[in-house]
Design a protein around this ligand. Structure first.
Ligand SMILES: Nc1nc2c(ncn2[C@@H]2O[C@H](COP(=O)(O)OP(=O)(O)OP(=O)(O)O)[C@@H](O)[C@H]2O)c(=O)[nH]1
Ligand SMILES: [Mg+2]
Length: 275
């Protein structure tokens, strides 16, 4: 099972992954936790921070936590994460969590490599729905409201109702699954079993209707082309003569001496006819 977990910084991803991880490992098997955001893009998701937030899981013999890559473009990191999923599965890791901070393009990349996309939200000031990017909500198979504990429980329930009604406004999902909204507390270990029952229901649903297999195939094809595209782009842009030509042509375009299209054609002509 490949599960994407997203949420803004401070939503409680690391704390939750610790308890979610222990929960899935109760049934045996192995779990790999991968992160997709290069750590420079993360506010405080340092390796040290993650290890202390995932205290129990980081000591579990059947869990592997891969530190966030410290550098690299999102595209490159995403491709390597996708490759790491395949590698971990070959090594017997039957549960994969891919974590991402839900504040950029990274959630789209994660969505293209997981079976289930879990969005962690917080109850806020009452107008939280305003700030939520529609795109992320549309990708979510489950929305879970964290920190439903202490005097935050009522606000979490209110947010749950708001999310449920907001979801009605979205077009039906490709899988036919209706995303669910639940409350839980990662820190106090409340409602974790219910979150996992939802995920179990999802997997049964998409395996029965064939969507699981179809989506995996689409993802496999996507990553084949994505890898080709990335390599082609790198090969082109790292050619020294192309680099030189690009600067020259860019200047000509900027000073209106040449059109964008003929400039592009000149560079491509050079690239395709060299050697
Ligand atoms: N009350 C309460 N606090 C929580 C809960 N889960 C996490 N927190 C606290 O919220 C803060 C952020 O939690 P993290 O797990 O580090 O959040 P994160 O999403 O991994 O954050 P980044 O790694 O910065 O993206 C910490 O101080 C946690 O102790 C919860 O269920 N209830
Ligand atoms: Mg974290």
């Amino acid at each position: 099972r490949r599960i994407g977990i997203t949420g803004v910084p401070g939503a409680g991803k690391s704390t939750s992954i610790d308890v979610f991880g222990l929960h899935v490992l109760r049934d045996g098997g192995k779990l790999a936790v991968l992160a997709i955001d290069p750590s420079s893009e993360r506010t405080k998701g340092s390796i040290l921070g993650d290890k202390t937030r995932m205290e129990k899981l980081s000591q579990h013999p059947d869990a592997f936590i891969r530190p966030s890559p410290s550098a690299g473009s999102l595209g490159g990191v995403a491709r390597k994460t996708r490759e790491t999923i395949v590698l971990c599965e070959a090594a017997g890791y039957n549960n994969i969590f891919v974590e991402t901070v839900g504040v950029g393009q990274s959630e789209t990349a994660v969505h293209s490599m997981v079976d289930f996309f879990l969005l962690i939200q917080l109850a806020g000031t009452g107008d939280e729905l305003q700030g939520i990017k529609r795109g992320i909500m549309e990708m979510a198979d489950g929305i879970v409201i964290n920190k439903a504990d202490g005097d935050n429980v009522d606000r979490a329930r209110l947010a749950q109702a708001q999310f449920r009604s907001a979801l009605h406004l979205f077009p039906p999902t490709m899988s036919g699954w209706i995303p669910e909204v639940l409350c839980y507390s990662g820190y106090y270990d409340l409602g974790i079993a219910e979150v996992w029952e939802m995920i179990d229901r999802y997997f049964k649903f998409v395996k029965d209707n064939g969507y699981f297999e179809r989506k995996r195939q689409e993802q496999a094809r996507y990553w084949m082309y994505e890898t080709i595209n990335e390599q082609l782009r790198n090969h082109f842009y790292s050619n020294p003569e192309v680099e030189r030509l690009l600067i020259e042509k860019e200047n000509r375009v900027l000073s209106n001496v040449q059109s964008s299209f003929t400039a592009a054609r000149d560079v491509l002509d050079y690239y395709f006819t060299q050697k």
